[in-house]
Design a protein around this ligand. Structure first.
Ligand code: KG4
Ligand code: ZN
Length: 318
């Protein structure tokens, strides 16, 4: 079954053709990110206008790259939620119209679960995860832990009570005057700022799988107020200490969830899954605890339509 997936939940406009939930024939991703940079975050009005301008071209390119005509597609899949309403509306309206005109089924997909599904798409690494598993989704909008029985049955174990992990990265980068999005910038700087002098609090929130990242953001702000304007090397040290605080909580809660649910498989997804410290620390801890940890390839960590078309294959009713 060949599915055309469409993803327009935020600033990325993406379309992809995936066969049988596994084989990615094309995955075209474009983004209006550069139009938002000067504001330090995504402006919903700009994002939705750019979606309207880009959607036709992106879908056409995805079909061309895959080498299929619209008539050779068996179903259309689209992100239904969560996301920015204006951006979502563009993709959903486009997909509904396409499905109606082609008389093909329409499959509406949850964006968060699709991030976890990215681990099941075909990559060079041939080993596939098995279910049930624990799933950690960490992105600009979400930090959630799930017990994934199967993709029709995911139980939410915990989520952030305030900022999402990616949001905390973006806000701290803004406080430090580093630009947007903050995740990749702070990740790079942290590698050069290894130190033990700066320590930011870790919101362990015992006896729950919920997260909280607004405290560490405030701690960075207080640290900056107490100290003189940071030079380049102290910015790197702050980046390292901040990352240690966020990543250690993500790692330990995920491992604790695996233990509680007696799961030997951990799936990671979302933009923050690209973080080098998170990848490294989870691999170490996974090995210690004999838990298999799966990350999507970097290109499938960010928002993309391949994960939508892939998951749709398992949600179809035929
Ligand atoms: O999944 P995504 O593309 O969009 C949402 O659904 O939110 O995630 C974007 C988020 C941004 O907050 C960005 O700063 C963060 O992912 N991010 C990272 C890294 N790369 C992207 N955070 C930490 N380290 C990274 N290397
Ligand atoms: Zn996302």
């Amino acid at each position: 079954m060949r599915i055309l997936g469409i993803e327009t939940s935020c600033d990325e406009t993406s379309a992809s053709v995936v066969e049988d939930g596994r084989e990615v024939f094309s995955n075209v991703v474009t983004s209006s990110l550069k139009d938002h940079r000067k504001y330090g975050g995504i402006i919903p009005e700009i994002a939705s206008r750019r979606q309207i301008e880009l959607i036709h071209t992106v879908v056409r390119e995805a079909l061309e790259e895959a080498g299929f005509k619209l008539e050779e597609i068996d179903a259309i899949a689209v992100t239904k939620s969560p996301g920015l309403i204006g951006s979502l509306l563009v993709g959903v309206s486009f997909a509904r119209a396409l499905a109606f005109a082609l008389k093909k089924p329409l499959i509406e997909v949850d964006h968060i679960k699709a991030h976890l599904y990215a681990n099941f798409l075909m990559t060079e690494k041939q080993e596939l995860p098995t279910l049930p598993a624990i799933g950690l989704v960490v992105s600009g909008g979400h930090s959630s832990l799930f017990y994934v029985k199967n993709f029709n049955h995911c139980i939410l174990l915990g989520q952030t009570r305030d900022d999402a992990a990616g949001e905390a990265y973006d806000k701290v980068a803004r406080i430090l005057g580093l630009g947007y999005p903050g995740g990749p910038i702070l990740d790079r700087l942290a590698k050069e700022g290894v130190n033990k002098q700066i320590h930011f609090p870790r919101a362990e929130l015992r006896d729950t799988f919920d997260f909280s990242f607004s405290g560490v953001k405030t701690a960075v702000l207080v640290h900056l107020k107490k100290n003189k304007a940071p030079d380049e090397s102290s910015v790197k040290r702050i980046a390292y200490a901040f990352q240690e605080s966020v990543v250690s909580v993500l790692v330990e809660k995920s491992i604790a969830a695996c233990k509680k649910k007696k799961s030997k498989t951990l799936l990671i997804g979302g933009g923050v899954a690209a973080n080098s410290a998170l990848r490294q620390k989870l691999e170490w801890r996974g090995r210690e605890e004999e838990i298999r940890v799966f990350f999507p390839p970097l290109s499938l960590c960010m928002d993309n339509a391949a994960m939508i078309a892939g998951l749709a294959y398992h949600l179809r009713k035929d």
